[in-house]
Design a protein around this ligand. Structure first.
Ligand SMILES: C[S@@+](CC[C@H](N)C(=O)[O-])C[C@H]1O[C@@H](n2cnc3c(N)ncnc32)[C@H](O)[C@@H]1O
Length: 311
């Protein structure tokens, strides 16, 4: 990400009092101007946070981040030992030393000057059984908390065997059921975590891994300008959302298809609807209109996009 783009992205966050999150589709610590970029955030008095695998987090960088007032650091550590190497192709002991150094520098600071320290675990096939053990391990070390995330297929960029990817089946039924239960079809991620790529383009969210749909430039649009553009993109059938297992309609469709295949009980559908409803109730502003599509006219393009997914 060039300096010009980075500065503009920070300005966009500052103008709407948002937290700058250094994360997304890459590893911020690889950037050759990492230290300068942190100084720029400090000069702009912006709140900031970092998500990292910690491989390049030297104690000097930890000290700099803490001196710069980092609000929150999230370490992405979904595995242990040999599995860690297998999944990340990084050295577990090096990561542990770096995390330890960060926590120790953090703990030496007065309580009001400390950052939050979170561990992000993405549940996947290899680590599923070890999640309680890993959570307990990190909690015992005094982290602020451990998030366990469901694995997102990154707008279809990760190959998965989801049934919903194979056809457009159950879309109409899922949408009708959601409407009857007051569950919106609008995904929250695009709005709660706006995403700017290294090239200065906004994308629907960080799960448009293949950057299939640039939505506009950070020099031309503010973060809030993008809200209606993102809704329009989703309405038209954003290609990443159509293939995404986090998209609410696909979440419900997948449960329905699993029931059809005899792999899940019907309760799974209501469970998924319940989870979505709870999540949406936490964001009343975004979900004040459940039938958000009613705001739009224009032709929908869903079928064409879903057929493209099948190849
Ligand atoms: C993609 S990483 C990028 C930032 C940095 N390189 C890192 O490793 O933290 C950002 C966050 O997404 C999480 N993540 C990675 N793959 C994911 C997936 N398939 N589904 C959901 N979350 C994922 C990571 O655990 C991390 O917390």
């Amino acid at each position: 990400m060039s300096e010009a783009v980075f500065h503009q992205a920070v300005q966009r966050a500052v103008e709407e009092n948002l937290t700058v999150m250094l994360t997304g589709q890459g590893e911020s610590l690889i950037h050759p101007q990492f230290e300068e970029y942190i100084s720029y955030i400090v000069q702009q008095n912006a709140e900031f946070a970092l998500t990292t695998n910690a491989a390049l987090l030297t104690p000097e960088r930890s000290a700099l981040l803490l001196e710069s007032g980092i609000a929150r650091i999230t370490f992405s550590i979904s595995d242990f030992g040999a599995d860690y190497k297998k999944v990340y192709n990084l050295d577990f002991d090096n990561m542990r030393r770096n995390v330890d150094a960060y926590m120790s520098i953090n703990n030496q600071r007065s309580e009001s000057m400390r950052s939050e320290v979170w561990i992000s675990i993405v549940e996947h096939d290899i680590n599923r059984d070890k999640i309680p053990e890993m959570t307990a391990y990190w909690e015992a070390l005094g982290v602020t908390g451990v998030y366990v995330f469901r694995q997102i297929n990154r707008g279809g960029a990760c190959q998965t065997n989801h049934y919903f990817l194979r056809s457009d089946a159950r879309r109409a039924e899922a949408e009708a059921l959601m409407a009857s239960k007051g569950v919106s079809t609008l995904c929250n991620l695009a709005f709660v975590a706006p995403f700017i790529g290294w090239n200065g383009q906004y994308y629907i969210c960080c799960s448009d891994y293949e950057k299939v749909e640039p939505l506009g430039n950070v020099f031309d649009y503010s973060v809030s300008d993008m809200d209606s553009i993102k809704k329009e993109s989703i309405y038209r059938g954003n290609p990443a959302c159509l293939k995404c297992n986090y998209d609410p309609v696909n979440v419900v469709r997948e449960a329905m298809l699993e029931v059809d295949m005899g792999e899940a009980k019907r309760a799974k559908i209501s469970n998924r609807l319940g989870v979505l409803k709870k999540q949406q109730d936490e964001n009343p502003e975004l979900y004040s209109v459940v039938d958000w599509r009613a705001e739009h006219t224009g032709e929908r393009n869903l079928v064409v996009n879903v057929i493209a997914v099948g190849k």
